[in-house]
Design a protein around this ligand. Structure first.
Ligand SMILES: [Fe+2]
Ligand SMILES: [Fe+2]
Length: 214
């Protein structure tokens, strides 16, 4: 005798009951957890000093993103579309860096805290002045990343040290690519034809989203 594979009818009521049950238990767990948090029992896995420093760096990366967007606007005002596009991509990269810190703080059981982003400059003297300012800014960021690594080592926070090594390598790359443009701009001097050649070259850069771990 063949048995029928016809699905048993499930009433909407049953589904609703199951959902409410799940919600109830989730609520109980959350309430218990909040109560323990209030009592100071639940501690983040990350050191508070490190958490504060990572949040500061998250803000610094946002500032970088804002700064480069301001530089993109400056290049737009000069009708240098390739330079502007390059800066916009740079801005997107810095935003992605901020989110990398955001995710890491959360991953470590920390608390992300966003603070005001300083307003960037809006005017520069020349394309060269912009790239020199970019180089100086990246050197400053490298210093901040190095200080974070120092703190991770001081706290024996190997996970943060490992996380930060990605930024150490990224800074080497960024400083080198910015310096390349600084050198090119120094070389061409006031040659506008060469400037438009560089503009075209820089315009080819595209934003590549950061690889996400599986
Ligand atoms: Fe960055
Ligand atoms: Fe950067």
């Amino acid at each position: 005798m063949h048995r029928s594979f016809q699905a048993q009818p499930i009433t909407t009521k049953l589904i609703l009951v199951a959902k409410v049950d799940r919600l109830d238990s989730a609520e109980i767990v959350t309430n218990r957890w909040l109560a323990r948090l209030g009592a100071g029992e639940v501690k983040g896995m990350i050191d508070t000093k490190m958490q504060a420093a990572l949040n500061e760096q998250l803000n610094a990366e946002y500032y970088s993103s804002y700064l480069y967007l301001s530089m993109a606007a400056y290049f737009d005002s000069l009708n240098l579309k390739g330079f502007s596009s390059w800066m916009r991509v740079q801005s997107q990269e810095e935003h992605a860096h901020s989110l990398k810190f955001f995710d890491y703080i959360n991953e470590r059981g920390g608390r992300v805290s966003l603070s005001a982003i300083e307003g960037p400059p809006t005017e520069w003297e020349s394309p060269l002045a912009v790239f020199e300012a970019t180089a100086a800014h990246e050197a400053k960021v490298t210093g901040l990343v190095n200080k974070l690594v120092d703190l991770a080592i001081e706290l024996s926070d190997h996970a943060s040290n490992n996380f930060l090594q990605w930024f150490v390598a990224e800074q080497v790359e960024e400083e080198a690519s910015v310096d390349e443009v600084v050198q090119q701009l120094k070389l061409i001097g006031n040659d506008t034809h060469a400037l438009f050649m560089i503009d075209r070259e820089l315009g080819a850069r595209v934003f590549v989203p950061l690889a996400t771990e599986a």
